[in-house]
Write a protein that binds this ligand. Structure first.
Ligand code: UN1
Length: 507
């Protein structure tokens, strides 16, 4: 594949190779742009609330069949999906770079996350364990059974256009649930590619029901139809806190289940005992990687007074020298912002920070592919205090750096924001580390030591507290959200003893 192929031709060749029908991305009303060049790459026919309802009908039918397939057999489908993803890794990774602007390594890394969760889910398909519970009644046995839940609606964001779908769909499929996916309007092509890859696995699998995995292309109207559909037993939504404030109550109003993975305002703390070289590299990746467009991006940094002057100038230097460039033709570490509104959001946050007394390093626009794309040098802002824009998540590469002198105070400030996703401490001091990880330490769903806030592995439960929404996806026991639990009590005696010693003698 030539690096200087026009981006539209490149995109078309990738989609062809991954088996996507051109009718799905040509001649429609939904125009899709690449942030790499800011130019149009496709125009997709859109779904409507009506076609969404039809998709849900097909999914509900698929559920009736799929829930009866033994879980290890369902795992076989996900095993095949992992094989297909391995074969398509380069193509899908490059398409992620085209649609989301990620560096080649991060595009490939996102596909690797999908492969990893396939492996995890295959193992899980033989481990959907329930407990056997001691009963208080003689001649009885009590146990719990996990059953498939129903159709899972998946809503994803542009910044991780494929991995969160895989976290959800692989678990849903082994748990016995069909999936209906509404990707971000900014990244519909990667979704079509994923569905085509899964379709290949389904064809090899042989006897999967129709409608097991579907994609809906469209905007908020389509999303709302999915969210409100009573056949969607679970809605798993990744995106902004503003989106979650709409989705959460709507799903709750119909007593549906939801997993919300929303914004964060992730921070790190650099303690006096930290390995400063290591901390610098971890902060650089956490804050500048993916052009600051991860939900786990490090956005705030508290640096101890004693090492501030030894640490921060080196970080400022890294901000000044990090490569910003075209992810399709170079190995630049920082690619484009997704669009103009991301750029203007970044600029207004920086203006507010300056007005609040911040000293800004970087943050200027970089001309890489012309005026239609938006590349920015990441910005490091030395703030006199946690104030103004520091309190909110701006989805761009801005790191606010603040001094601290007392760890308890730093932890209090660390926790004094809406988001509760990811956090890090850099230290070689056992007391600092354990304090940060304790019940009165970081209040986030992810709390790390001597690594950054981003780049979590799939084996752990992924998600966070407070305005991050409370959902957990991916590893650990996140699968339980995709199943319903039945508690079964079996009486194998000839008597009918009642629990709690209650008597009800009718003879
Ligand atoms: C996201 O930005 O929505 O931990 C997900 C990470 C990745 C996932 C990010 N594994 O940074």
């Amino acid at each position: 594949m030539s690096a200087d192929l026009p981006i539209e031709t490149d995109t078309r060749a990738l989609l062809d190779r991954m088996g996507v029908d051109p009718a799905l991305y040509t001649g429609g009303n939904m125009v899709s742009f690449s942030p790499v060049t800011g130019t149009q790459i496709a125009s997709l026919p859109e779904d409507t609330p009506l076609t969404t309802g039809a998709a849900m009908g097909r999914a509900a039918q698929a559920f009736a069949a799929w829930r009866m397939v033994p879980a290890p057999r369902r795992g076989e489908l996900v095993r095949l999906m992992g094989e297909e993803l391995r074969a398509a890794k380069d193509d899908l990774g490059r398409l992620v770079s085209i649609e989301a602007g990620k560096s080649p390594s991060e595009g490939a890394g996102e596909v690797q996350e999908m492969i990893d969760i396939c492996d995890f889910a295959v193992g899980l398909s033989r481990q959907l364990y329930g407990l056997t519970i001691a009963t208080e009644r003689p001649g009885h046995r009590m146990m719990e059974t996990w059953h498939p839940l129903g159709v899972v609606g998946i809503i994803t964001a542009f910044n991780f256009p494929v991995a969160p779908w895989a976290w959800n769909s692989t678990l849903a499929l082994v748990c016995g649930d069909p999936v209906v996916w509404k990707p971000s309007e900014k990244t519909p092509l990667t979704a079509l590619a994923c569905n085509a890859i899964l379709a290949r696995a389904i064809a090899r699998f042989g006897d999967a029901p129709e409608g097991l995995s579907q994609v809906l292309i469209g905007g908020p109207e389509v999303g709302a139809a999915l969210v409100d559909d009573p056949r969607a037993a679970l809605i798993s939504a990744t995106g902004s806190t503003a989106m979650g404030r709409i989705v959460g109550p709507r799903v709750a109003a119909r007593f549906g289940r939801s997993i919300l993975e929303l914004g964060g305002n992730n921070a790190g703390i650099v303690c006096p005992s930290a390995d400063l070289d290591m901390a610098l590299r971890a902060v650089a990746f956490g804050a500048m990687g993916t052009a600051g467009q991860r939900c786990t991006t490090m956005r705030r940094l508290f640096v101890h007074d004693d090492i501030y002057d030894a640490f921060v100038p080196g970080l400022v230097k890294a901000y000044g020298s990090v490569s910003v460039g075209n992810p399709l033709t170079t190995n630049a570490l920082v690619g484009p912002l997704v669009d103009e509104s991301a750029w203007s959001g970044m600029q207004s946050a920086l203006a507010e920070a300056r007005a609040a007394g911040g000293t800004i390093h970087g943050g200027e626009r970089v001309d890489v592919t012309g005026p239609q794309s938006f590349y920015a040098r990441p910005a490091l802002v030395e703030m006199p205090a946690q104030t103004g824009p520091v309190f909110r998540e701006t989805f761009a590469p801005i790191l606010y750096v603040m001094r601290y002198s007392d760890l308890d105070d730093a932890i209090a400030q660390h926790n004094d924001v809406g988001g509760g996703l990811s956090s890090s401490i850099f230290t070689r001091d056992l007391q600092d580390m354990e304090t940060f990880l304790s019940a009165s330490g970081s209040d986030c769903g992810i709390a790390n030591v001597n690594i950054g806030t981003s780049g979590a592995e799939i084996g752990g439960a992924f998600g966070g507290e407070k305005e991050t929404g409370g959902g957990r996806e991916s590893g650990s026991d996140a699968w339980k959200s995709y199943m319903r639990r039945a508690t079964n009590t079996i009486n194998y005696s000839k008597d009918l003893p009642l629990a709690q010693g209650v008597t009800f003698d009718i003879s």
